[in-house]
Design a protein around this ligand. Structure first.
Ligand SMILES: [Ca+2]
Length: 209
């Protein structure tokens, strides 16, 4: 009977760390072609202001995976100004062990760019600002394991549009965005864990295990 109680306590502690509470992760283009992206905000463009909208895949770009779509400041058939375009996605982290967070996804860009998290460069980049290395033809994986904070987090994609002739758009594609983490044990689970350890020690002393 006492062994059964111990097993029940251990099970309760294990179940408390099963799922993370990370919300607000979305792929680009969830509102469809021609519609403003409800989650990705264009916070900086070469001139004036702009909105990130879902756009049809340009003939030179890689196809967008299921549940994602290219987004950009204009339709894919026009020429956008040369320069940097910053796209921000806000998401939330609550009650997880920050060092355990693993954020993964895939990205493609026209023409080059970098990924930043909470104002810090993550080390993930595609291409450069000098030559067109056709980064829009490949979908690359990224995995971020540090730089997270409790509460609001900002994932930023800085995309550079290189100078070109007619029909030189800029755009961003993010797909398969997901995260895993270990939940911080609730106070009740910590108490149960302590009780479990104490009980196990007591039972050992009593030579009952
Ligand atoms: Ca371009």
């Amino acid at each position: 009977m006492k062994k059964l109680i111990l097993v029940a306590i251990v099970c309760a502690c294990i179940s408390s760390s099963a799922l993370a509470d990370i919300t607000g992760l979305h792929n680009t283009g969830s509102a469809g072609v021609g519609n403003a992206d409800p989650y990705y905000t264009l916070t900086s463009v070469p001139g004036g202001t702009s909105t990130a909208i879902g756009i049809a895949t340009h003939s030179a770009w890689i196809a967008a995976p299921t549940d994602s779509l290219w987004i950009g400041p204009t339709a894919s058939s026009v020429t956008d100004p040369v320069g940097w375009y910053h796209y921000e996605l806000n998401f939330n982290i609550e009650d997880v062990i920050l060092s355990s967070v693993v954020l993964t996804g895939k990205w493609s860009i026209d023409n080059s760019g970098e990924i930043w998290l909470n104002g810090a460069y993550t080390g993930f980049a595609k291409g450069n600002t000098i030559a067109d290395t056709q980064e829009y033809k490949t979908l690359d994986d990224f995995t971020i394991t540090s730089g997270f904070q409790d509460g609001l987090n900002t994932l930023e994609f800085r995309v550079y549009n290189i100078a070109g002739s007619g029909g030189n758009p800029t755009a961003l594609l993010v797909s398969d965005l997901a995260a895993e983490a270990t939940v911080v044990p609730a106070p009740g689970a910590v108490l149960l864990g302590s009780l479990g350890v104490s009980l196990a020690g007591w039972m050992k002393r009593r030579r009952m295990l």
